[in-house]
Write a protein that binds this ligand. Structure first.
Ligand SMILES: NC(=O)c1ccc[n+]([C@@H]2O[C@H](COP(=O)([O-])OP(=O)(O)OC[C@H]3O[C@@H](n4cnc5c(N)ncnc54)[C@H](O)[C@@H]3O)[C@@H](O)[C@H]2O)c1
Length: 104
């Protein structure tokens, strides 16, 4: 059986809670699959680490277009999240830091 490799080339992904855990893994996977990833968190050091990992994964990928930037955004503060995406048009969204609260 072949391996399915999704392509998100040309798409923009916004991943919250991306400084670690599942959010980091998702951000890296999107970048590897060609998406421009706006990743956010409140942990700036972890966010920049995820950017480095995502850009490295994109550079080593057969799918072109992958790229990542970090934007600090607290998901409990609506205006901060609204100001987050930097490439203007959002196609994919992931939220990974709801801390058990359904409204985040
Ligand atoms: N790991 C699992 O197996 C699993 C399974 C089901 C559900 N979940 C849920 O999914 C979510 C993520 O899980 P994880 O294991 O990746 O957690 P994690 O703790 O590794 O990562 C959560 C990230 O969210 C960030 N964060 C916390 N508060 C924030 C805020 N107010 N604004 C922005 N970013 C914030 C943290 O800095 C961290 O980088 C959690 O809500 C968890 O309960 C996890």
């Amino acid at each position: 059986m072949g391996t399915f490799t999704p392509s998100f080339e040309g798409d923009i992904a916004f991943v919250t809670g991306a400084s670690g855990g599942m959010g980091r893994a998702i951000a890296i996977a999107f970048a590897r699959a060609g998406a421009k990833v706006v990743l956010s968190d409140v942990n700036d050091a972890g966010g920049e680490e995820t950017v480095a990992l995502a850009n490295s994964a994109a550079a080593g990928s057969a799918t072109p277009g992958g790229e990542a930037v970090y934007v600090r955004a607290d998901v409990s503060d609506g205006p901060q999240v609204a100001a987050g995406p930097a490439w203007g048009c959002l196609w994919l969204a992931n939220r990974r830091c709801n801390q058990g609260r359904p409204n985040l």
